[in-house]
Design a protein around this ligand. Structure first.
Ligand code: S3P
Length: 462
């Protein structure tokens, strides 16, 4: 991990006229899955555009500890090719050391699904943030498939998994709309004799389903008769997954920060190349367009079963809107940056259905409201809704925002600072490396001013 001396913090300063073209970093969700499916396939899988952030590198190391041979590129500059020599479904080896998933809920939960369906014992750990996040949502259904778990407290990490080599196929109705839960169960179902079905209360990102098909598995998605909002996904167990070429599209959740940066700074006009446009991920872009954002999508195409395109974004006068709860699964990681856009909008923005934000890398609902308040923006939490009182372009800033080990909180408030009246700092920029190691250099490349400042020189008013 890149380290910042303790007395240094990162500060963003009012900027204007952002210009240029940026190639988005690889999608985090798809990167984890490409590695894991490569590890479960027979024959080599090559991955281009892998996100080389810390979360994904922890999945690489965990797979290596499980006996998967992985050829790393010579340089971690995002341009290299990774080659995974998989061991086949059910073929992973017992690890000799604990598997440290760092900050990554996706890495941890998907891996728990894989470990649960192998005849091995393993310990899974993570950082302070991950150790506070609920794992029971995956350990409960995976226990029904025959795995055993010893957790700290009520379903917290570290977790000891005692997997089974003969998992029982399951039909599981998930109480939460979570792609991580769905994926953990489908991954365990790969090694079961029969079909495993997950019924989700609302459709969530379907990268697992798309990539399983790409690797040769049979996956069916169907509407649920009794509940129009729900959908069911079934995987047929014991497929022969064969190694594939995967070109990872850019991450719309990372692009989101540059999109909002361009929208809120005067005179901006930027192009973001190679952005993943899976419709179950693009809720933020349509929400911003509803708010009046000038975003044009061009050059749409398909890569490894995923829609991809380029975005042109120009500064725009945004207006507050109401964002319905049903949209939350398609933009679940984007509420911190949407709240920043809302702070610059004319009028109030209300976002409903945000209970899942309480269990992300930090309690994001509280972190957003506290950060906005520190920057002079009124925001209220009403049950699971967030209301931001837009300041029509006049955001005071002048704060040091607490990040709580959350990369998206750090990036969101650095973006807020580039159009604020006074600079905004974040108390820790190291978390950014988990998902977007090039964030600061990409922001600088399009003309945003982000600097390292001495903590003692900053007027800390939070
Ligand atoms: C992810 C799913 C989402 C999202 C996370 C990545 C995935 O979590 O917040 O960043 O790759 O499956 P939930 O499935 O828990 O909502």
């Amino acid at each position: 991990m890149m380290t910042t001396p303790n007395n240094q913090i990162t500060m963003s300063i009012r900027s204007s006229g952002l210009r240029g073209e940026i190639r988005c970093p690889g999608d985090k969700s798809i990167s984890h899955r490409a590695l894991i499916f490569g590890g479960l396939a027979v024959g080599p899988t090559t991955i281009e555009g892998l996100l080389e952030g810390e979360d994904v590198l922890n999945t690489v190391k965990a797979l290596e500890a499980l006996g998967v041979s992985i050829e790393w590129p010579d340089q971690l500059d995002g341009n290299g090719v990774w080659t995974i020599h998989g061991r086949g479904v059910g073929g992973l080896a017992e690890p000799e050391t604990a598997l440290d998933m760092g900050n990554s809920g996706t890495g941890a939960r998907l891996l728990l699904g894989v470990l649960a369906s192998h005849p091995l014992s393993a310990v899974v750990t993570g950082d302070a943030s991950l150790s506070r996040r609920p794992m029971e949502r995956v350990t409960a259904p995976l226990s029904r498939m025959g795995a055993k778990f010893e957790c700290r407290g009520a379903g917290l990490m570290p977790i000891m998994v005692i997997g089974t080599g003969d998992p029982i196929p399951l039909i599981y109705e998930s109480p939460v709309a979570s792609a991580q839960v769905k994926s953990a169960i489908l991954l365990a179902g790969l090694h079961a004799r029969g079909s495993t079905t997950v019924i989700e209360p609302a459709p969530t990102r379907d990268h697992t389903e798309r990539m399983l098909r790409h690797f040769g598995a049979k996956v069916e998605t169907m509407p649920v008769k009794e509940n129009a909002a729900a959908s069911s996904v079934t995987v047929t167990g014991l497929p022969e997954l064969s190694g594939q070429r995967v070109a990872v599209p850019g991450d719309p959740s990372s692009a989101a920060f540059l999109v909002v940066a361009a929208l809120i700074t005067e005179g901006s006009d930027i192009i973001l190349k190679n952005v993943g446009l899976n419709p179950l991920r693009t809720g933020l872009f349509s929400t911003l367009q509803e708010m009046g954002a000038d975003i044009t999508i061009t050059n749409t195409r398909e890569e490894a079963g995923e829609p991809v395109g380029d975005l042109q974004v120009r500064s725009s006068q945004l207006r507050g809107i109401s964002v319905p709860a049903e949209r939350a699964p398609s933009m679940i990681d984007e509420y911190p940056i949407l709240a920043v856009a809302a702070a610059y909008a004319d009028g109030d923005t209300r976002m409903d259905g945000l209970s899942e934000l309480r269990v992300k890398e930090t309690d994001r609902l509280a972190a957003i409201a506290d950060g906005l308040a520190a920057c002079g923006v009124e925001a209220f939490i009403e049950s699971d809704a967030l209301i931001v009182k837009g300041r029509n372009g006049q955001v005071p800033g002048n704060a040091v925002v607490a990040v709580h080990l959350d990369h998206r909180i750090a990036m969101s408030f650095l973006v807020l600072g580039i159009a604020a009246e006074k600079p905004v700092s974040v108390d820790d920029d190291q978390a950014i490396a988990t998902s977007y190691p090039d964030f600061i250099s990409h922001m600088s490349a399009i003309g945003a001013t982000l600097i390292k400042a001495d903590r003692t020189d900053v007027d800390v008013n939070t």
